[in-house]
Design a binder for this molecule. Structure first.
Ligand SMILES: Nc1ncnc2c1ncn2[C@@H]1O[C@H](COP(=O)(O)OP(=O)(O)OP(=O)(O)O)[C@@H](O)[C@H]1O
Ligand SMILES: [Mg+2]
Length: 452
C-alpha cells in the first residue's frame, strides 16, 4: 500500500473526506465519504459534538475503502479569517549566493507583525522578492545581492475557533495535519496556470460562506471570507414564499435561476406554502427575483473585497466561480454583470480514480485539499533535514505513531499545479512549545521556486 494523503472539507452543509493513495505512477483517490454537516454555521462550529459525529460518519464512509485515516488536511473558512500583507527585510550575503536560510530570515522578518491576542497565523505566502531594489524577483536563490526584501501575504485566524474545529476532528479520531484556507485549496484545482499568472479571482460560494482568493503573477495576493452563501438564498426563498426551509431548498434546486433575463414572465411552478391546504402556483420570475437579489448582494460584497484589496483592474482573467452554489443557473451572468469581468464556473480538475460525483464545483475544496496536502508532504519530506534548529518542521499536532510517515513522496505529483511554485510548510516556533502545546505557530509557505 502506498502513502496516504487525506483531505477533510468541513463545510457548512457537508463534510467531505477524500483519501488519496500515492502510487508509483500517480496519486489515486481510493476513498470518499460525504455526510451532511451538523453543528456548523457560516463556517464556524456551533456544536462540537454534533460536528464531531458528522465528521466521524464521513471518515467512516471513506474508510470503507479499507484504509485507516489517522490524520488529515482540513479546510477552514469563516469570517474570523483575516488577511494582511507584510514586508520583511534581511541583509543578503553579497559574497555568496542567496540560499534557503536567507529566505527564511526574510520570512521571519515579514511575519514579525503584531498579531492580536487570540489570533494565530494560518498561512504566510511569499508573493515576491525585491533584491537590492530590483522588484518582482520570483526566486532569489542562487542570486547575489545585499538587501533582500520579501512581500508576503499573511492569513490569520481566531485561535479559539481553530481549537473548536480541531476538537471536533480529534473527537472523530483524526489528527489535524494542517488547516488550509478553503479558497487556496479550491483555487489549486480550478484555476489554470495561465489565469493565475495573468491575474484571476477564485470565488468559492458554498452553503454558509463565500471564499475569495486573488492570484496574480502565479501566487496568492489577497484572500477574504464573506459569511453569506447558498444557504441564505434558500432562507430568503423560505421567508418570502412562506415555505419550510427544506422545500425552499428543493424549489431552488429545481426551478431556481439567478438571472431574471433568462426566465419567461409567465412561467409558473407548483408549491404548497405553510398554512395552505392546496398546492398553489408561483411565478418563476418571483422566485428568480428573490434569488437574484441575494446573489447580486454576494457579488457586490465580492466587489467590495476586490476594491479593498487594491487589485481592482489587475484581474484580466476575471473570476472563476466554484462551490456548490455556483451550480445555480445564471450565476456566471450575474457575476459578469456585477463584477464587470469575465466569469466562468469551474469544477475540480480530475485526479486518477476520481468518481463522477466529485467532478462538481461542490467538491473543489476537498479535491484541492488532497492536492495541496500532497504537495506539502512532498516538500516536508524534501526539507525535513534542511536547516535543522533554525526552522522546526512541525505539524499542528504530532501525528499518531501509527500514522507517522516514513516514505518520501518524491515524484508523487508528476505535474505540480503551480508549475513554477514549490509549496512547502514551515513551522516556526513563536513560543516555547510547552507554553502553548495546543496551538503551535505554523505557517504554510509557498515559495516561488523548486527549492532543494
Ligand atoms: N445544483 C445546484 N443548484 C443550486 N444550488 C446548489 C446546487 N447544488 C448545491 N447547491 C447549493 O450549494 C450550497 C452548498 O455548497 P457547498 O457544498 O460548496 O457548501 P459547503 O462547502 O458545505 O459550505 P461552506 O463552504 O460555505 O462552508 C447549498 O446552499 C446548496 O443549496
Ligand atoms: Mg465549502
Amino acid at each position: 500500500m502506498g502513502e496516504l494523503v487525506v483531505g477533510i472539507d468541513i463545510g457548512t452543509t457537508k463534510i467531505c473526506t477524500i483519501v488519496g493513495e500515492v502510487r508509483e505512477d500517480d496519486t489515486y483517490i481510493v476513498g470518499v465519504g460525504v455526510e451532511p454537516a451538523q453543528g456548523m454555521k457560516k463556517g464556524m462550529v456551533t456544536d462540537v459534538n454534533a460536528l464531531s459525529q458528522s465528521i466521524s460518519a464521513s471518515v467512516h464512509k471513506a474508510e470503507r475503502s479499507g484504509y485507516r485515516i489517522g490524520r488529515a488536511f482540513v479546510s477552514v473558512a469563516a469570517s474570523h479569517v483575516q488577511s494582511t500583507n507584510s514586508t520583511g527585510m534581511t541583509g543578503a550575503p553579497g559574497n555568496r549566493p542567496i540560499d534557503m536560510g536567507d529566505l527564511v530570515q526574510a520570512l521571519e522578518a515579514a511575519r514579525a507583525i503584531p498579531i492580536p491576542h487570540g489570533r494565530e497565523i494560518l498561512h504566510i505566502i511569499p508573493r515576491r522578492y525585491n533584491l537590492d531594489g530590483q522588484q518582482g524577483v520570483r526566486n532569489p536563490i542562487g542570486m547575489h545581492g545585499y538587501r533582500l526584501e520579501l512581500e508576503a501575504h499573511i492569513i490569520t485566524a481566531a485561535s479559539a475557533s481553530l481549537e473548536n474545529l480541531e476538537k471536533a476532528i480529534e473527537r472523530a479520531g483524526v489528527f489535524v495535519d494542517r488547516f488550509i484556507l478553503n479558497p487556496l485549496a479550491s483555487g489549486d484545482v480550478v484555476l489554470t496556470p495561465t489565469e493565475r499568472e495573468a491575474g484571476v479571482m477564485v470565488v468559492d460560494i458554498g452553503g454558509g460562506t463565500t471564499d475569495i482568493a486573488i492570484f496574480i503573477e502565479g501566487t496568492v495576493w489577497h484572500t477574504g471570507v464573506i459569511g453569506i452563501g447558498g444557504h441564505h438564498v434558500s432562507n430568503d426563498i423560505a421567508h418570502v414564499l412562506n415555505l419550510p426551509y427544506e422545500l425552499a431548498e428543493a424549489v431552488k434546486l429545481e426551478f431556481g435561476h439567478a438571472d431574471p433575463r433568462a426566465v419567461q414572465p409567465l412561467e409558473m411552478f407548483p408549491v404548497q406554502p405553510f398554512g395552505e391546504e392546496h398546492i398553489s402556483q408561483v411565478k418563476r420570475s418571483d422566485l428568480v427575483d428573490i434569488i437574484n437579489a441575494r446573489v447580486s448582494e454576494i457579488f457586490e460584497l465580492v466587489q467590495t473585497e476586490v476594491k479593498r484589496s487594491g487589485y481592482e483592474g489587475l484581474l484580466p482573467a476575471g473570476v472563476v466561480l466554484t462551490g456548490g452554489a455556483s451550480l445555480l443557473p445564471g450565476m456566471k451572468a450575474v457575476a459578469n454583470r456585477v463584477l464587470q469581468m469575465p466569469a466562468r464556473v469551474a469544477q475540480p480538475e480530475a485526479i486518477s480514480g476520481m468518481a463522477e460525483p466529485l467532478r462538481s464545483p461542490a467538491y473543489s475544496t476537498a479535491v484541492g485539499l488532497l492536492r495541496l496536502g500532497l504537495i506539502m508532504d512532498v516538500e516536508d519530506s524534501r526539507r525535513a533535514n534542511v536547516r535543522k534548529g533554525v526552522v522546526a518542521l512541525r505539524r499542528r499536532k504530532p501525528p499518531a505513531a501509527s500514522a507517522r510517515r516514513s516514505a518520501v513522496f518524491f515524484g508523487a505529483l508528476s505535474r505540480p499545479r503551480m508549475s513554477d511554485l514549490a509549496y512547502f510548510a514551515l513551522s516556526i516556533r513563536t513560543e516555547a512549545p510547552q507554553a502553548r502545546p495546543a496551538t503551535p505557530g505554523f505557517a504554510f509557505v509557498f515559495l516561488t521556486s523548486d527549492i532543494q
